[in-house]
Ligand binder design. Structure first.
Ligand code: IMP
Length: 179
């Protein structure tokens, strides 16, 4: 069966994203006053968010990236996570802030937190742009949350469907149509 998709509607506008990202940056800067923080982006979805967030943070920060994928189909995660790229930096004794685009079931971050906390960072916190709290299957402590969103498949501002839509300036809801 062929599948078509279309953007059903805009969920979060470009200007709402911009002002919330600014607030998150201010909050993070206050919390890490006098410290250096390593921003750890999870490729590829968090790249756009991390690039904007970093420029709203006023304390010294480094940027590093990990690549993980969760097994599953296009829109559902299976709970198994595969690590494709590790960090370049040693995080022992450092402040680490994981920057994620969206938390859905929580499986991906559970595995990332397990791996990174074993390296004894000074602090390990999570910042997510979007949170689908109603879909959570494992508990994840989120220090900074951009927006709580409903259970819908969203795209844009770094988030993709089949690698497309990452360059949209807003967050939209995607509708899949079976033909
Ligand atoms: P989790 O492991 O179920 O929490 O899923 C996290 C990952 O699934 C995210 O980093 C995204 O890559 C992907 N994901 C979950 N929900 C969406 C969505 O609505 N749109 C695009 N990607 C999503």
């Amino acid at each position: 069966m062929a599948q078509l998709e279309q953007i059903e509607r805009e969920l979060i506008s470009e200007s709402k994203i911009r002002s919330r990202v600014r607030e998150l940056g201010q909050e993070i800067s206050r919390d890490f006053d006098g410290e250096t923080v390593i921003l750890v982006g999870l490729l590829k979805g968090s790249v756009v968010f991390l690039a904007d967030l970093a420029r709203e943070i006023t304390v010294p920060c480094h940027m590093d990236f990990m690549s993980v994928t969760s097994y599953g189909n296009d829109t559902e995660s299976s709970g198994e996570v595969r690590f494709l790229k590790d960090l370049d930096e040693d995080i022992n004794g450092k402040n680490v802030l994981i920057v994620e685009d969206i938390i859905d079931t929580g499986y991906t971050l559970r595995e990332v937190v397990k791996v990174l906390s074993a390296r004894n960072p000074k602090t390990l916190k999570i910042c997510t742009l979007l949170n689908k709290a109603s879909r959570r299957l494992v508990e994840i402590p989120v220090a900074y949350n951009g927006f709580d969103i409903p259970d819908a498949f969203v795209i844009g501002y770094g988030l993709d469907y089949a690698q497309r839509y990452r360059n949209l300036k807003y967050i939209g809801i995607l509708k899949l149509i079976e033909k």
